[in-house]
Design a protein around this ligand. Structure first.
Ligand SMILES: Nc1ncnc2c1ncn2[C@@H]1O[C@H](COP(=O)(O)OP(=O)(O)OP(=O)(O)O)[C@@H](O)[C@H]1O
Length: 252
């Protein structure tokens, strides 16, 4: 199985605080890899280092054989890394369809050009694609609904459709079920399982262990900026170091 993302010897300090401490982590192609750990462990910092939002002090982030250190976030995105944020990044005042068209137009034109927004002749191909991606996440029927009125689960579906339209090689998910009711969480798990079954590689940060164990093939555990262990879900569940990291020995 080939390695899609390889993080080696990554360090990052904020003043005197070492947020990432010699992080080594490999994500294999076609797998769902969870990154878990207690609050403040460094998970978001690591994600930000992968998407180019912050530059590590030392170390390398190799994606698909290319070093991503110093590469701008939008270029990293063009290399095939797409991030789904904890809070869905969609425009509430726009409809589902209008939101969906933004990444499609940006992808087609190299950047989002508002002047082309209103030209229907410039949009026929885009509408066809929008239907495809929205139908894929069961939102085509709601295409004219304003996004602000959607449930968290539907917002997440929309954001996933927007990410998938960029044809990512690696989908990074930052707490995809945060703040969701159990029914929405389960629907999101089903949707992510469907996406994973198509072979899209995912790295997921998540606190909800039901979500983690439902989706992932590999799990890395971060504590105090360091990967304290890595393995298959069954190994992680029983690893005493993981219990120790979470509330000094509580069940994970
Ligand atoms: N920009 C920053 N400036 C200073 N300190 C920061 C910054 N970003 C993160 N930190 C600190 O680095 C440490 C790791 O934070 P990070 O947000 O990566 O942890 P996390 O594992 O994502 O936590 P949580 O699960 O609570 O979101 C924390 O102590 C945090 O306060």
């Amino acid at each position: 199985m080939s390695t899609l993302l390889e993080i080696s010897g990554v360090n990052k300090s904020f003043g005197g605080l070492q947020a990432l401490d010699d992080v080594n982590l490999k994500v294999n192609e076609g797998t769902v890899h969870a990154i878990i750990g207690p609050n403040g462990a460094g998970k978001s910092t690591l994600l930000n280092a992968i998407i180019g939002k912050l530059v590590p002090d030392t170390g390398s982030v190799m994606f698909n054989g290319q070093d991503m250190i110093g590469v701008q976030p939008h270029q990293i995105n063009q290399h095939g890394i797409s991030r789904v944020f904890q809070t869905p990044e969609i425009f509430g005042e726009l409809t589902i369809l209008e939101n969906m068209m933004i990444p499609l137009l940006a992808h087609r034109d190299g950047a989002f050009k508002p002047t082309l927004w209103a030209r229907s002749d410039a949009q026929a191909d885009i509408l066809e694609k929008a239907e495809h991606y929205l139908a894929d996440v069961n939102l085509w029927g709601k295409k004219d609904v304003h996004s602000a009125s959607l449930s968290r689960g539907d917002k997440r579906r929309l954001e996933l459709a927007m990410c998938l339209s960029q044809d990512p090689k690696l989908l990074l998910l930052d707490e995809p079920t945060a703040g969701m009711a159990r029914a929405d969480t389960n629907n999101t798990i089903d949707l992510l399982q469907t996406i994973a079954s198509r072979g899209i590689t995912m790295a997921i940060i998540e606190h909800d262990m039901h979500v983690v164990f439902s989706l992932s093939q590999r799990i890395s555990v971060l504590a105090q900026g360091h990967v304290i262990c890595e393995g298959m879900p069954e190994e992680i569940k029983t690893d005493p170091r993981v219990r120790e990291a979470y509330l000094g020995g509580a069940e994970v």
